[in-house]
Design a protein around this ligand. Structure first.
Ligand code: GDP
Length: 324
């Protein structure tokens, strides 16, 4: 019989790539989506007809318990979160309720239903925050710097506690930035890929950027979701740092994106001081060697290939008017 996977945050970037992977593997995929967000299902494109949708509020404990009892999932992937970090300052309590609350409610539901469900918690490199060393691995101390990171860290520890106390098969992936043509336009990678495509087509002339020296460990979302699945197939539930292990600057990002359309970025890019954020002393960059050793996981798509995917897709979108 096909395995059932339950996914929160299915309409987000990672939800899309994970659903695609699990459908290819023959899973029955069920997404938990708030009733007022049904229109976001269009983001799943052609996959929308292949996944099942269960409408509920993730903050509703009873509804979640009922869903878990009814669906008896073999695997749960808890991806739901307001992923654009600066937004978490607007309503820290709502962030906590969604991020930490959902993890706690789902784990409690699994335990009360007496199921052997394997649980994946989407942790984030943001939890490392104000780091005092680079690269980071599973033993690096956490020093979160914003409400999003603090909520993610609380969810992470909740998962560890439930595993240790009740023996649940619960894992977490501490994921570094992961991007794709489905990344929302407020993230720097997508902002740049859209700009390179629209400048190429003569639709805009200038790209205003923040700190060009900021550096990130940017991977491809399609590679990173493969790591999530591998964690739940392992013999033991553990934490894993998932990233490429390579740092690139925003400057390199812009150069690579404009390269894809044969343009010299220096002619189009200006720095807007309002977009600057304070720079870090140590950079967030993964040491993914545990994932390689234990899960045989490695990223397949390079930085340049990632930007090529993004820019080509944005060119196509701008030319055809299609959204996804
Ligand atoms: P984050 O890692 O969650 O902060 O992801 P972002 O994609 O928002 O930002 C990545 C880095 O790019 C940050 O260090 C920003 O300071 C830097 N950056 C430079 N210019 C921009 C910009 O115009 N927009 C955004 N979002 N980030 C920028």
């Amino acid at each position: 019989m096909a395995k059932t996977a339950l996914i929160t945050g299915i309409t987000g970037q990672d939800g899309y790539y994970l659903s695609r992977l699990l459908l290819e593997k023959g899973y029955r995929v069920v997404g938990l989506v708030p009733p007022n967000r049904q229109n976001s299902l269009t983001k799943l494109g052609a996959l929308a007809n292949q996944v099942e949708i269960y409408a509920l509020q993730l903050t509703d404990s009873e509804a979640l318990t009922e869903a878990v009892k009814q669906l008896q999932p073999n695997e749960i992937y808890n991806l739901a979160a307001p992923s654009f970090v600066p937004d978490s300052w607007n309503d820290p309590l709502a962030t906590l309720d969604l991020v930490t609350g959902t993890a706690t409610r789902l784990l409690t539901a699994v335990r009360h239903a007496g199921l052997q469900t394997r649980f994946y918690q989407a942790s984030s490199s943001e939890m490392f925050g104000d780091v005092d060393r680079s690269p980071q691995d599973e033993n690096t101390p956490f020093r979160p710097k914003n409400p999003y990171a603090a909520a993610k860290l609380h969810a992470h520890w909740t998962m560890v506690h439930q595993r240790e106390r009740y023996g649940l098969f619960a894992c977490s992936g501490i994921l570094y930035n992961h991007e794709s043509p489905r990344r929302p336009a407020n993230f720097v990678t997508r902002k740049v890929s859209i700009a390179a495509a629209s400048i190429k087509l003569g639709l805009t002339q200038v790209l205003e950027m923040g700190n060009l020296d900021a550096k990130r460990d940017w991977g491809y979302a399609g590679d990173h979701v493969e790591a999530m699945w591998r964690m739940l197939q392992a013999d033991e539930p553990e934490e894993y740092v998932i990233g490429t292990g390579q740092l690139h600057s925003v400057r390199e990002l812009v150069a690579a994106a404009f390269d894809c359309v044969g343009l010299d970025w220096t002619r189009y890019v200006t720095v807007n001081p309002n977009l600057l954020r304070p720079d870090e002393h140590f950079h967030l960059v993964a040491d993914p060697s545990k994932a390689k050793r234990q899960l045989n996981w490695e990223p397949k798509v390079s930085f340049e290939q990632l930007l090529e995917k993004m820019v080509l897709k944005d060119l196509q979108r701008l030319q055809t008017g299609s959204q996804y």
